[in-house]
Structure formats: structure tokens, C-alpha cells
Design a protein around this ligand. Structure first.
Ligand code: R5P
Length: 292
């Protein structure tokens, strides 16, 4: 292991030079095989290079979340506005029509529920790669707990999932968890996102923060940002806009879409920011128009 004492601080992010891409438009995927690239192309729009993922996996640790009481009613109308659905195998199978023209990212790990005070010990596999293939998954999501007791176990699950995904051409999305005790700083996200990519994640889901342009630059695969708790619509659009401007390749957003008083309007507005670089104000107008 490299000696962490006396290390020189990283500073040379070359923010003015775009990442080297070598024949395929998704960051870090130029050397993947055809099947992996084909699935990546279902996740990341070939024109914009970005993705709108709709996360509705909250129930896997929280039970019914506000806005997700009836997933069969809430999520299908949003499908035309998003590129990817992110959920658990149980809910996708039960509530999403198999004919829906949308990519699927299946959350393949389980964790302790919110009834436990302490953060997960790393969880376990809830959906193996054969089941993911059976569901025709385009991506497998693994939760990780960097800087927390579950770190080692969750990194093992990430690495094993990424190996299985590489075998069958299915990308792995590494998810950065943030607990009550954990810092949400550039320093933390620089470390966490890089660690996930180094251990095999083809895509990383993280959070927007000050200094995000350095986080994105130093992560060799695309980062999509989580939305976090519900914000006013204008603020959520602003956050998405800044993230895209600073190098994110999309969002994997839940509550800021399905808890909005007009989820369809919000999904459409986020899509405009992610794919067409609408400003937050232009996107807010899209939301308001659909709402009224
Ligand atoms: C992550 O662990 C959660 O299960 C959600 O997928 C994630 O937090 C994204 O949803 P939200 O935008 O509501 O934070």
C-alpha cells in the first residue's frame, strides 16, 4: 500500500483539456467491448453524451417514501422524459411494464434498513448477475460506504459485481453513500469517486459539491449526481445545471422529481438541462408550462 504520510497534494487537474476519448463517446469506455458499449449507449444519450436516470429505489432501506407509495402509478408516466429507471429487482418486476422503452439500472445490493441507527456494514448481494441478465438490465448499481464501517465489504461487492458485469457486458454503477457523520467535501468526493472507479465502477453516482469540476476531472468514468432531499424546483434545476457545466454526465435523481408537485414537468425540465444545456431559468419555464 502506498505510504499516505508526506504525500504531495494533488493539484494538476488540467481543467482546460477535455478527457482523452478514443473512439467511443462515453468517458472511460473506449476500451470496453461491444456489448458493454451498446448498453452504455442506452444509458448515455449518443447526442448529448449525458443521462437522465430516475432513482426510485429508496424503499429498499426506507420502506414507502413520500411520492413512492404507488410506484405503479407514479413512475410509468415519467418514462418518456428519462433515459434510465433505477430501482430494485422486486419493484421493477412488479411495477414497470416490460414493454417500456427505457433502460434499466437494477440496484443489486441490499443494506440495513433505517430502523438501524448505525450505517450499513456493507450489505450484500440482492440480485446476482444471472438475475440481472434475466431482467435484461442495462446496468447494475452497488452501494458503497467509503470512510464508514461498511467500506471494505461494500468495495468487495463492487469489485465482484464489476467483474461479473465485465464478463457479460453489463456496466456497474458505483454509488457513493453519505451518512450523517460523513463529510460532504471536495476532498471526500475526490477520494470516494476515484476509489469506486479504480475498483471497477464504469459509472459513479455521487453528489454535487464545491470544487466539483476537480472531482469530475479526476474520475476516469462518468459521474451522475444524486439529487438528495427535495429542494425548491428552481434550486434543483440550478444544481443540475451547475453539475453538468462542471463535468457531470447526468443525474440519477429521485425525490426532486417524484416529490415535485408536477413530477412530469420536473423530469422534462431536468432533461432539458442535462441534454440541451438549458439554463435553470429556461428549464423552470418548461416545468411551469407543463404544470399549468
Ligand atoms: C441512494 O442510495 C438512494 O437510494 C437514491 O437512489 C439516491 O439517493 C437518489 O435519489 P435522491 O435524488 O432522492 O437522493
Amino acid at each position: 500500500m502506498a505510504d499516505a504520510i508526506g504525500n504531495k497534494a494533488a493539484h494538476d487537474y488540467h481543467l482546460d483539456i477535455p478527457p482523452v476519448r478514443d473512439g467511443f463517446y462515453v468517458k472511460g469506455a473506449a476500451h470496453c467491448d461491444w456489448g458493454m458499449q451498446n448498453r452504455m449507449a442506452r444509458l448515455f444519450n449518443p447526442k448529448s453524451g449525458n443521462a437522465v436516470m430516475l432513482a426510485f429505489d429508496h424503499g429498499y432501506i426506507m420502506g414507502p417514501t413520500a411520492g413512492l407509495e404507488r410506484i405503479d402509478l407514479v413512475i410509468p408516466p415519467l418514462i418518456p422524459h428519462v433515459d434510465v429507471l433505477m430501482g430494485t429487482k422486486g419493484v421493477i418486476r412488479a411495477c414497470i411494464p416490460p414493454s417500456a422503452p427505457v433502460a434499466k439500472c437494477v440496484r443489486v445490493t441490499y443494506d440495513t434498513t433505517v430502523l438501524f441507527d448505525e450505517m450499513s456494514n456493507g450489505g450484500g448481494i440482492a440480485c446476482d448477475v444471472e438475475n440481472a441478465i434475466r431482467m435484461n438490465a442495462d446496468c447494475m448499481a452497488v452501494q458503497t460506504f467509503i470512510g464508514a464501517p461498511g467500506e471494505s465489504r461494500s468495495l468487495e461487492l463492487l469489485a465482484r459485481t464489476a467483474d461479473a458485469g465485465a464478463r457479460y457486458g453489463i456496466p456497474t454503477l458505483g454509488v457513493v453513500a453519505v451518512g450523517k457523520q460523513m463529510e460532504r467535501t471536495e476532498k471526500f468526493f475526490l477520494l470516494a469517486t476515484r476509489v469506486l472507479a479504480e475498483n471497477g465502477a464504469n459509472i459513479v453516482k455521487s453528489y454535487y459539491c464545491d470544487g466539483f469540476e476537480r472531482v469530475a476531472a479526476a474520475c476516469p468514468v462518468p459521474i451522475v449526481i444524486a439529487g438528495g432531499k427535495k429542494l425548491p424546483e428552481a434550486d434543483a434545476l440550478e444544481m443540475a445545471y451547475r453539475a453538468i457545466q462542471d463535468g457531470a454526465h447526468g443525474v440519477d435523481m429521485g425525490r426532486n422529481i417524484f416529490q415535485s408537485d408536477c413530477p412530469e414537468g420536473m423530469a422534462a425540465a431536468i432533461g432539458k438541462v442535462v441534454h440541451e444545456h438549458y439554463t435553470p431559468q429556461q428549464a423552470l419555464e418548461v416545468y411551469q408550462e407543463i404544470k399549468h
